[in-house]
Design a protein around this ligand. Structure first.
Ligand SMILES: Cc1ncc(C[n+]2csc(CCOP(=O)(O)OP(=O)(O)O)c2C)c(N)n1
Length: 338
């Protein structure tokens, strides 16, 4: 193993004192994502949402912890499993749900839908439907920041199903060669649709792929949101200060099927239950209690999320459909200006 490709020195977040208010903030974000996803599933079942819907339930600690390591002007690029990432990056629940409902008030005026969330204001530069196809795009975002002399970092999320795709290797190769300020985050949830890891990868340690490109790497189980923040934070610092990319593999698990049409019969109930018992969101809640953050304060925080989600559902329900003016943009300034 070369010096450059050694895993970064593991930070020791558990040893440092915990900022309880910050942990409460991260817990609130995870709980918001969970509740938004549950409402989305309900809306899908009643026909308010059409097309595909891929839920993030179970993986919240990855997106929330990783994005907590960013500055607001840093960018994220991700897959179709993008709701949690968008919320963590600052998109409002109103804007998200209205988009899923196909309404004019959605982040893309109801035209993108679940897989194509986009929010320029918060530098959430897209969910993308082509597996691995967005990785070169994320490299382009990182290249632009470097070219413009800005110290902005890009986070690129993808599943383990993407690492055998050409775009993954092309992206990592150029990112290392051109020293791009980017962190590649593999959300290894053990299944690509219904295909288990053991049938998609000859070497199950995804992070090892970084060695081929002389890139730093890290690998861990993403069950502690603060640890995610600390370890991704180390990679973000490397990207910002040294213009050096990192591949971070996080082991995680999705509690629902691949999409709403997947009953997930390829895994056992026992396996699912075991993972649910280690639910990172519940662990964050329990940690708060051990840190003397009282049950009453957690309940109040959860109530505020319930109100936020109920308001977003009402907003999406009552919002208008897109009108035909979006079909014929009249101005063009480098981006479609509907
Ligand atoms: C290039 C390409 N091939 C196939 C598909 C169909 N497809 C959609 S999701 C998916 C599985 C991807 O799994 P993974 O990358 O592990 O991400 P996860 O869904 O687990 O988050 C596949 C094969 C696609 N969208 N794009």
């Amino acid at each position: 193993m070369t010096k450059e490709s050694s895993p970064p020195a593991p930070p020791s977040p558990k040893a440092s004192p915990v900022d309880v208010e910050h942990l409460a903030h991260l817990y609130r974000q995870m709980f918001l994502i969970r509740r938004v996803e549950e409402e989305s599933a309900r809306a899908y079942a009643t026909g308010k949402i059409g097309g595909f819907l891929h839920l993030y339930i179970g993986q919240e600690a990855v997106g929330v912890g990783a994005i907590a390591a960013l500055r607001p002007d840093d960018s994220v690029v991700t897959t179709y499993r993008d709701h949690g990432i968008a919320l963590a990056k600052g998109m409002s629940a109103r804007s998200l749900l209205a988009e899923l409902w196909g309404k004019k008030t959605g982040c893309s005026q109801g035209l993108g839908g679940s897989m194509h969330l986009f929010d320029k204001e918060h530098n959430m530069l897209g969910g993308y439907g082509i597996v691995g196809g967005h990785i070169p795009l994320a490299c382009g975002v990182a290249f632009a920041a470097k070219y413009q002399g800005q110290d902005r970092v890009t986070l690129c999320f993808f599943g383990e199903g993407a690492v055998s795709i050409g775009g993954f290797h092309e992206g990592l190769s150029l990112a290392a060669l051109w020293k791009l300020p980017i962190v590649f985050i593999c959300e290894n949830n053990e299944y690509a649709m219904g295909t288990p890891l053991s049938r998609t990868l000859s070497v199950e340690d995804v992070s090892l792929k970084a060695d081929a490109y002389g890139m730093a790497r890290d690998r861990f189980v993403a069950d502690d949101v603060l640890e995610v923040q600390a370890r991704v934070g180390a990679a973000v610092e490397r990207a910002r200060k040294e213009q050096a990319p990192t591949l971070v593999e996080m082991r995680t698990y999705r509690f629902r099927g691949h999409s709403m049409s997947d009953p997930a019969k390829y895994r056992t109930q026992t396996e699912l239950d075991e993972h649910k018992q280690r639910d990172p969101m519940t662990r964050a809640r329990e940690r708060l209690l051990t840190l003397e953050y009282k049950e009453g304060r957690i309940s109040a925080l959860e109530r505020s999320v319930e109100e936020e989600v109920a308001d977003a559902v009402k907003f999406a329900d009552e919002s208008p459909e897109p009108d035909t003016s979006v079909l014929a943009p009249t101005t063009y300034d480098g981006a479609f200006a509907y």
